[in-house]
Design a protein around this ligand. Structure first.
Ligand code: SIN
Length: 287
């Protein structure tokens, strides 16, 4: 069983053709799709306008248990596995997470068991801007000079979700509740991980939540992260997806990072539904 694909870039990402995520899918077809997704890191599937939230949850759950986001106020009423990302305001309230993460990150990297992958579906989008940009953290590892690579292999990054939220989102989204803070205590993860399925090394560095590397000051951490990200997120390393309604993009949070790109949030609408698959604690790459 194989899935017809075509590359999105010369180093990662594929588009899968002829797939209907609402239709019944045999285990063999699903396994072929899953394998192609893991190998590519990012998978685009077009023409899924007919999917219902329940269809998206059903398909996503074939990868494993799904997360309910810590920001419960932005999950879909009655369907807590769907995290709404949107700038739309209804009855005076934002219906989704807005002003979103415009810096590269991997979803839920701040949890003890970060996400395996995310499935993002476009319901409405502006004609210009509002793309999602992706980079391969496996390709970024390969591209680093040997001395930086070896240094990172020994380091742990200390994640602090509440610290990152307070700096970036508290003013526009409101403060985190005591319960949300309790669910997101600081946690350390290796800076270079082995992909649990392919064994391939990848950088695991979501700097929006990284306070410091163990043993380094915040200033030293920032300087090292800046040097790494200048290589990881070089313009020719990125895939920038320009959305069309009905597009679905799956990304592997263990081998890629992504960010939202700006758009005219005052005069245009963007509505996206994300399901987030639970993962396992990252394991250090040991050469
Ligand atoms: C996300 O970070 O999961 C959302 C990215 C986007 O809005 O493009």
């Amino acid at each position: 069983m194989s899935i017809e694909t075509r590359p999105l870039t010369d180093h990662f990402g594929v588009e899968a053709m002829g797939v209907d995520l609402a239709a019944p899918m045999t285990d063999a077809t699903f396994e072929a799709l899953r394998r192609a997704f893991v190998d590519a890191g990012v998978m685009l599937i077009r023409n899924q306008d007919h999917l219902t939230p329940a269809d998206q949850v059903r398909f996503s759950a074939r990868f494993g248990p799904l997360e309910s986001h810590v920001l419960g106020q932005f999950t879909l009423p009655g369907q807590p596995e769907i995290f709404v990302v949107s700038n739309i305001v209804e009855d005076g309230r934002h219906i989704g997470a807005h002003g979103g993460s415009k810096q590269y990150h991997s979803d839920l990297a701040y949890l003890a068991a970060p996400s395996l992958g995310s499935i993002f579906r476009c319901l409405e989008c502006p004609k210009e801007g509002g793309e999602t940009a992706f980079i391969s953290m496996a390709a970024a590892y390969d591209a680093l000079p040997g001395n930086i690579r070896m240094r990172l292999e020994t380091l742990n990054a200390e994640y602090d979700y509440a610290w990152g939220y307070d700096q970036r989102h508290a003013k526009t989204r409101g403060p985190l509740s005591a319960e949300q803070r309790a669910k997101t205590p600081p946690i350390a993860h290796p800076a270079v991980i082995a992909h649990p399925e392919t064994g391939r090394p990848a950088l695991f560095l979501s700097d929006i939540w990284i306070r410091r590397f163990g043993g380094l000051s915040e200033a030293e951490t920032e300087a090292l992260l800046d040097a790494v990200m200048a290589i990881a997120a070089a313009p020719d390393a990125e895939y920038r997806h320009q959305w069309q309604p009905g597009d679905v993009v799956l990304w592997d949070n263990r081998s890629t990072m992504h960010k939202a790109c700006p758009f005219d949030e005052t005069n245009t609408r963007r509505l996206m539904h994300r399901t987030t698959i639970q993962g396992t604690p990252p394991v250090r790459f040991d050469g």
